[in-house]
Write a protein that binds this ligand. Structure first.
Ligand SMILES: *Cc1c(COP(=O)(O)O)cnc(C)c1O
Ligand SMILES: [Zn+2]
Length: 501
């Protein structure tokens, strides 16, 4: 729709202008640092940073009801820069002018209702928000869009040049960083570090296809992360992991989209998110807090983090009910089908601790919970979801398993609706479905396939004497008729088809 067709009172707010004053904020020592250079840790105390809008109170001058209208009307604009996460420009980095925004189709992912069978299985009515429908097929694109838009702004307006964008990854961060990096005509190259043998073939193929330098490191993600942290401290590189606070800003859009999808009435929702490096749950909590602070949502939804028993440091931390007694201890991870979340020492833990505290202060102790699920539960949940019309990955399965557990244990009231984060597309993690169907899980995974969830192709193979078609060779019509009679008969028998009268 053209600008002059919008209601008059909305027009001045439709296309945002660059503005605002931002700083890196350290959650540990409280100090602030300028954003004119890329910082990943606090120069004073070494802790992770968040990005703070120093003029946040100016946004409060606009009432919540008007913000809701602005965001809703903006979704009718055809301006590419505002088609994705920057529809919420004022909330996620208004210093970036719209012309610096890099939009590759991320954001605005569908919220799909589960059918009656699946809701029954979970114990409550729920929806999957399909972040696997982002361009690199995971939610990481939300954060990459903002981190790369900021780089683009630094290149275009601050004279930054020859950027080497680098990241460690459990697979999806590198796929996303390589995709966004490859879009730049000049100024940006990308390199990704992966734990050797610990990403799926699809995830390895993605950065290779985008033309990034792909480097494999022995060990697990946590080891790769240490290497890129060292590199980012000692060399001139742009770190694209969620340690980079610009990533968090973009990922907050996930919360904004949920609010918008439910007409901003989300006080009765429970939102389930898998936890790996804990960047996503940081962004989700921060996103809802910002909406609440501006009066855009009248009440906060409950947020559940979900972890596998094989990579559960955040779960263990919150097992201790008394805040003062909690001690964070990294864990040594074991092989997990939720491989994208197989992280024992989440970089964002200090952010999580701070935000959970604030969230609970505003919405009550029960407003944030962490649940733990088994590898078996993750696989069974993923397969059950996908047999009911979804396309969720193992981490999406992890969310469903977590939701089911939360209902069964009474943490999630059966009457409350849930939104589950389907963080990536099923196809990225099809190796785990293959292992399940062929009963070939290594014992460490502790997954035993259930017969009713397995599936395999059936080959119709003509016996000797019945001719078979061979690609590239023409078949005599009589031979083909014999093959057709045999194959159709075999399929009809397999499917138990009834003859037409
Ligand atoms: C990265 C990732 C996660 C974990 O998110 P964190 O921000 O690291 O906690 C979960 N699922 C998928 C598919 C991912 O790519
Ligand atoms: Zn600090």
């Amino acid at each position: 729709m053209k600008i002059d067709q919008f209601p008059e009172h909305i027009r001045p707010y439709l296309v945002p202008r660059a503005g605002g004053e931002y700083a890196y904020e350290c959650f540990s020592c409280g100090r602030e640092h300028g954003i004119e250079r890329l910082l990943y840790t606090c120069p004073d105390c070494g802790s992770v940073l968040m990005i703070k809008d120093l003029e946040w109170s100016r946004l409060k001058r606009i009432p919540g009801s008007l913000w809701r209208e602005i965001f809703d009307y903006r979704s009718m604009l055809t301006l590419p820069a505002l088609r994705g996460i920057y529809r919420y420009h004022e909330l996620i980095g208004s210093v970036i002018p719209p012309e610096s925004v890099v939009w590759l189709g991320e954001g605005y992912t569908p919220v799909v209702a589960a059918n009656a069978v699946l809701c029954d299985w979970a114990g409550c009515a729920f929806f999957f928000k399909n972040d696997g429908q982002n361009p690199s097929a995971s939610f990481k694109d939300r954060g990459m869009a903002s981190a790369f838009s900021y780089l683009n702004y630094l290149i275009g307006h601050r004279g930054m040049e020859d950027v080497l964008a680098i990241c460690a990854s459990t697979g999806d961060t590198s796929a996303s960083a390589a995709l966004y990096g490859s879009y730049f005509v000049h100024g940006v190259k990308s390199a990704v570090l992966l734990p050797h043998g610990k990403v799926t073939p699809q995830q390895l193929g993605q950065p290779l296809g985008s033309g990034a330098r792909v480097i494999e490191i022995p060990g697990v993600f946590d080891d790769c992360m240490k290497v890129v942290e060292y590199l980012s401290e000692h060399y001139s590189v742009a770190l694209m992991n969620s340690k980079n606070a610009w990533r968090i800003l973009g990922q907050e859009s996930y919360s904004y989209e949920i609010a918008q999808a439910f007409d901003y009435e989300i006080g009765d929702l429970a939102v389930f998110v898998p936890i790996g490096n804990a960047g996503n749950i940081t962004a989700v909590l921060q996103g809802f807090l910002k909406l609440h602070d501006l009066g855009i949502i009248p009440a906060l939804p409950a947020v559940f983090g979900v972890q596998s028993e094989h990579a559960n440091p955040v779960y263990l931390y919150y097992l201790e009910p008394e805040r003062e007694k909690r001690r964070f201890r990294p864990v040594t991870v074991r092989p997990s089908v939720a491989q994208a979340a197989m992280i024992g020492n989440p970089v964002s833990m200090p952010r999580v601790v701070k935000l959970v505290e604030e969230y609970r202060l505003r919405a009550g102790e029960d407003a944030v919970r962490v649940v733990e699920v088994s590898e078996q539960e993750i696989m069974d949940a993923m397969l059950t979801a996908n047999r009911n019309g979804h396309i969720v990955c193992t981490q999406g399965g992890e969310c469903l398993a977590g939701c089911r557990k939360a209902v069964a244990s009474g943490m999630q009231a059966a009457g409350r609706r849930a939104v589950l984060d389907a963080t990536a597309h099923a196809l990225k993690f099809s190796v785990f479905q293959d292992k399940y169907f062929s009963d070939s899980f290594e014992p460490e995974y502790e997954v035993v396939p259930k017969a009713e969830l397995r599936n395999a192709p059936v080959l119709v193979s003509p016996p000797d004497g019945v001719p078979k078609p061979v690609p590239g060779r023409e078949m005599p019509p009589e031979d083909f008729r014999r093959f057709l009679a045999f194959a159709s008969g075999a399929v009809a028998e397999l499917l138990g088809l009834k003859r037409k009268q």
